[in-house]
Design a protein around this ligand. Structure first.
Ligand code: ADP
Length: 491
């Protein structure tokens, strides 16, 4: 099985969120199962800096008026997974992140930047280029709106094209642009219809992918159901419902090379479910470094997150004074919404020995927080899968989550029955409001003080299998099914 995995970010080359974690880990896990999975991503400056690549000698004419892109080839830092990088300096070599400039504003030509990536994926699977590369993709695995135009381009290419799977990592981001961009995308006007790219008078990359891709997947079974409803579908729920027979929810896994407290070299001390002493050392060292009171018995609550409406951090800000009044500490690492950044900074200033706020992105610190904390707060309004609750559980840090998307699918709530059968791994609340978060946190703090019970919950959580092996197996089955099916079977 040969598959091309096309993505706009992949850890450790470039990361803004969970998509990068998945792109870094899933192709590698598929390779372990014998799939020749290769990545395609843009040659951002940081990507070229991170890995050595060689010129394949191929020049890809992608979009009208844009220089042809040079295709380069290298290996991911694991030394295993092959990666094609699309070298087009006018589109990708800039300061800033994959989607934003240094001021945090979206690049104005994101339509061109990600249409070019999508087009390149479609081209790589054409016989002539595949022959040149000696790599013949039987399937293209697209991810999110940034690569959603791939099946649209395929539609207008001659000959039989390999099937496409589009994985939706977050419906909140859709790549919506004005129809004026169509000619520069190199797609015919005919594609601008309700049976195509058109979405309420605009061009939607995600809509195009949802319409044209052979199969759709999303990153948890619950989210696969939720996006078929008005609340979570962003106007695309009807299309998703029509395609429900070709829509699968497959849970993400976690990369155990990166996230395993027994081997994580970023930690102050390693530990496992059999011996939790190292966790206490991590807590003490983090408290010291962040200037919090050195108190072993004080519950330490944590968040690591993009600061967006989605993540519900405004709810945390609301209830934090009451939680602190119970004698807890709070650590947050995140960046994003300026108002939230300000509110958090104010809390840190008001409670210097109890609250630590780090604004920015810091991979090392994120591991150290997971290891040091007792409780992880994730009151998301929606969460396609979520990774941090899984990292938390495997680090013995019990999550408090809202019952939505992948949070509902991965955290087994503390209930009398789940305590009895030793399946409970965290705390789950239903309503999207601050009171529900506060009450659940207060309940968790009561249990935290019952050390034996708490440790047994930690062990349940740490012994859960969140590895990619299981998920990769499910993706492989889906690939096999798709490779055996006809192209463009629109549901
Ligand atoms: P999303 O993709 O919606 O941001 P996920 O939970 O799926 O949420 O994945 C987020 C990933 O990004 C996790 O690996 C998390 O640890 C990481 N992350 C988020 N914010 C930061 C930050 N400020 N510093 C370091 N890592 C972060």
């Amino acid at each position: 099985m040969h598959t091309l995995f096309v993505t706009s970010e992949a850890y450790p080359l470039v990361k803004t969120g969970g998509l990068a974690d998945v792109s870094g880990a899933l192709p590698a896990a598929l390779r372990q199962l014998g799939v020749d999975a290769r990545l395609l991503l843009p040659a951002y400056t940081c990507v070229l800096d991170a890995i050595g690549t060689r010129d394949t000698g191929l020049l890809l004419p992608l979009l009208p008026g844009i220089e042809a892109a040079r295709l380069r080839f290298g290996k991911m830092p694991d030394g295993e997974t092959p990666v094609y990088v699309l070298d087009c300096p006018s589109l990708y070599q800039r300061a800033g992140d994959p989607y934003h400039d240094t001021q945090g504003l979206e690049w104005r030509d994101n339509d061109l930047r990600f249409a070019a990536l999508s087009k390149a994926a479609a081209l790589l699977a054409t016989p002539e280029i595949a022959h040149n590369l000696d790599f013949h993709p039987q399937l293209i695995h697209c991810n999110d709106w940034q690569t959603s135009l791939t099946p649209a381009y395929q539609r207008y290419m001659p000959g039989k094209q390999p099937p496409t799977l589009l994985s939706i990592h977050n419906m909140a981001y859709q790549g919506v642009f004005t129809p004026k961009s169509l000619p520069s995308l190199g797609l015919p006007w005919e594609s601008y219809s309700i049976q195509g790219l058109e979405f309420y008078g605009l061009v939607s990359f995600l809509k195009a992918g949802l319409f044209y891709a052979d199969w759709l997947s999303t990153v948890s079974p619950t989210y696969a159901q939720e996006i078929q409803t008005e609340e979570f579908g962003y106007g695309l729920q009807g299309l998703l419902h029509n395609r429900r027979d070709s829509l699968t929810g497959l849970l993400n896994g976690i990369d155990e090379q990166q996230w395993n407290p027994a081997t994580d070299t970023r930690l102050f001390a390693q530990y496992s479910s059999k011996d939790l002493r190292g966790k206490a050392h991590n807590k003490q060292e983090l408290q010291r470094r962040l200037g919090l009171n050195l108190e072993a018995k004080t519950p330490l609550l944590a968040c690591i997150t993009r600061l967006t409406e989605q993540k519900g951090i405004d709810l945390v800000v609301k209830v934090l004074p009451q939680i602190l009044a119970e004698g807890a500490q709070f650590v947050i690492l995140g960046s994003g919404d300026k108002k939230l950044e300000q509110a958090l900074s104010q809390l840190a200033a008001s409670y210097p020995q109890q609250v630590s706020v780090t604004l920015g992105y810091n991979e090392n610190l994120s591991h150290r927080i997971e290891a040091a904390a007792d409780i992880f707060l994730m009151p998301s309004r929606f969460e396609p899968c979520g990774l941090n609750q899984m990292y938390s559980m495997s680090y013995g840090t019990l999550p408090i989550v809202r019952r939505t998307g992948g949070l509902a699918d991965t955290v087994t709530p503390v209930t009398p029955a789940n305590l009895d059968n030793r399946s409970a791994t965290g705390f789950v609340f239903d309503h999207e409001d601050a009171d529900a978060l506060l009450q659940t946190t207060q309940y968790a703090l009561v249990l935290y003080r019952q050390r034996g019970l708490w440790q047994s919950l930690q062990r349940n959580a740490m012994q859960r299998d969140f590895s990619w092996r299981r998920s990769a197996q499910a993706y492989l089955q889906l690939y096999q099914q798709l490779v055996g099916t006809a192209h463009n079977s629109i549901g």
